[in-house]
Design a protein around this ligand. Structure first.
Ligand code: BT5
Length: 326
């Protein structure tokens, strides 16, 4: 009912719709229409009501909202199947369960907050209300090796989105933390779902710290939020839609075989290229110059003229005083 009212208001393109015609169109009483409108206002919809003219839609909410997000989507596949929750333990975990029910490429799960969101290696991911906590199911037409590059694509899409929408100089800290002013603002968790056979099924979990203050983090994390940086509340539906749009472009470009383009875009966002870094692997620290990444995403370190490569699973990276330790 709620969405039907919104559809009718939207179709009027900013013009008034009388309470009478709403009640007729939806076969409910005018009192019921009024109640629905109050509910929509509480959810953040700006609806102007005038005694004689009726109602008109002036604005959509900044908070996550299924209908508002669906209006913003400009993708072909990503987000066309959309599941929306007020609270979940973890969007990745739910989507993993859903894969068994045969969900299609592009399916998205979003929660307003997560109770046990997680990062890589089962690290906890704090997910209070106001953030964008989203998981995406991909069945890309890619080889196993290329599908693994999709976490790099996601980093690029995220950094690009923060630049497009808010003009932020977002960077990527290898392998795929997104940072602004040296602090982590978004994280990516790529997981393989089910059997890694002919059709690769991947789950990409994306967390963006948006409309809440970093002071709400339970511990002193080297993290930041859009609210702390911009000083205003962003429209989360717009953010999610732009992210999915940019990510779809990245997925398509990888499917067309443009690995070089991806590496170039990733490198253009990378923080610390040609700068000294220290890398720890199995207890040994390697100090060298960060030269970039190989096509498979491995980090290239120049150790006094000799190149060494490192994969993200086995090492941790520290750079001068640019990043505080995790
Ligand atoms: C990540 O892990 O950065 C991946 C985060 C992915 C979160 C999304 S939200 C939607 C989906 N559902 C999930 O359950 N997860 C995904 P990693 O690189 O392992 O970083 C984890 C570390 O970041 C923690 O150990 C903390 O130090 C720090 N951290 C925790 N919460 C944070 C936050 N909200 N912002 C910045 N840093 C955080």
């Amino acid at each position: 009912m709620r969405n039907k009212i919104l559809d009718v208001l939207k179709n009027q393109q900013g013009e008034f719709v009388s309470g009478e015609s709403l009640s007729q169109a939806l076969s409910i009483t005018r009192a019921a229409v009024w109640k629905q409108i109050q509910g929509l206002k509480e959810a953040g919809y700006e609806i102007e009501g005038q005694t004689r003219k009726g109602y008109r839609l002036v604005g959509t909410p900044c908070a996550l909202d299924l209908w508002a997000l669906q209006q913003e989507l400009r993708t072909q596949a990503l987000g066309r199947q959309l599941f929306f929750f007020a609270e979940l333990s973890s969007t990745n975990d739910l989507l993993k369960d859903m894969v068994r029910q045969g969900r299609e490429h592009g399916t998205v799960v979003i929660a307003r907050r997560q109770t046990t969101g997680h990062g890589r290696m089962q690290r906890a991911w704090e997910s209070p209300e106001g953030g964008l906590w989203l998981s995406l199911l991909l069945k890309p037409r890619l080889s196993l090796g290329d599908a693994a590059k999709l976490t790099l694509s996601t980093g690029v899409a995220l950094a690009q989105t923060l630049q497009d929408l808010y003009g932020l100089a977002a960077g990527i800290k290898w392998p795929n933390d997104v940072v602004v002013q040296g602090r982590k603002i978004a994280g990516i968790l790529g997981e393989v779902a089910g059997e890694w056979t002919t059709v690769q099924t991947l789950i990409l979990g994306i967390g963006v710290n948006a409309n809440f203050s970093g002071q709400t983090f339970s511990s002193k994390l080297p993290a930041t939020t859009l609210q702390d940086i911009l000083g205003y509340e962003v429209n989360l539906n717009h953010l999610a839609a732009q992210l999915l749009f940019n990510l779809e472009k990245e997925v398509q470009s990888l499917e067309q075989g443009d690995v070089q383009g991806l590496i170039q875009r990733w490198t253009s966002f990378a923080v610390g290229i040609n700068q000294p870094v220290r890398i720890e692997r199995a207890g040994t620290v390697y100090a060298g110059i960060f030269k970039g990444i190989r096509e498979d995403g491995e980090l290239i370190l120049d150790l006094e003229g000799q190149e060494m490569t490192f994969s993200s699973g086995e090492v941790s990276l520290r750079a001068g005083d640019q990043y505080s330790p995790e």
